[in-house]
Write a protein that binds this ligand. Sequence first.
Ligand code: ATR
Length: 289
Amino acid sequence: MSTPVPISGQTRIVGIFGDPIAHTRSPAMQNAAFRACNLPYVYVPLLVHPPDLARAVQAIRAYNLAGVNVTVPHKERIVRHLDALSKEAELCGAVNTVVNKDGSLFGDNTDGRGFLASLQHRGFLPHQGDIILIGAGGSTRAVLVSLIRGGSQRITIVNRTLAKAQALVRTYRTLGQTKLEAAALDRLQDPAFLKKAALVVNCTSVGLHGEPFPPVAFASTSSRCLFYDLLYRPDLTSFLRQAHSLRRPTVDGRQMLLHQGALAFSLWTGQPAPLPVMSRALARALRPT
Ligand code: ATR
């Protein structure tokens, strides 16, 4: 492991705003990257309770932090406190990375681009085939915007509350050339629906605590259909376990975490991220103790 760059008068501080925050693995990943690149940066967890968010944003300027990551529950609420937004952040209405440019705070969202990068890493391109997104919350929004901007041809948003999936379709219908549809959760049991899918993504919170996933006609998918769960656990989620048992390729949320972090690193430092270093640090940090 590389030697830490000593804290000095030159040290730049980056942090992560969240509540709760004790579980975050981002400090391990980012500090390993700063060390590997010999950069005088340090990344710290910052517990920010919702009523304190505006003051915490002011503190980015007051302490001249290089920037911050933003996690639950602040991603949407921080938007109104920033000076400028990237196109993605504007389209998602959410920010996961802030860059301090001489006191002007620029909000970006690397979640969706991180998701795309992790797919590309697996050799999957967004225009490769039909895509099913399960869920209609904030993480679906980030993934959806990036897939549309990446040139996907057809995406169906499946959600327990159909009206929320329909609302997403209405919001993003004109963003690109992608054909967008909404469907109810029981559509996942329809073999004909699953047959044409090239990618199925779980963007819901179902499975985080080991609970079973609603019924899906896994066996009707093509043998190359990629199953992606934005969640991750020490063991496989129910969603990925079922796909894996049918020998379908699978990816979990650690890959998105890694790639969104790599993009944030580059935004703060202007340098390419040392991906293998970050990947190893993340794996170590996620290892059960
Ligand atoms: P995030 O911001 O992480 O996407 P969210 O906005 O709370 O989280 O969205 C959670 C998603 O998980 C929603 O799509 C939710 O479905 P509803 O819109 O019907 O609430 C979905 N979800 C949560 N629990 C679920 C369950 N038991 N079965 C099916 N879907 C579920």
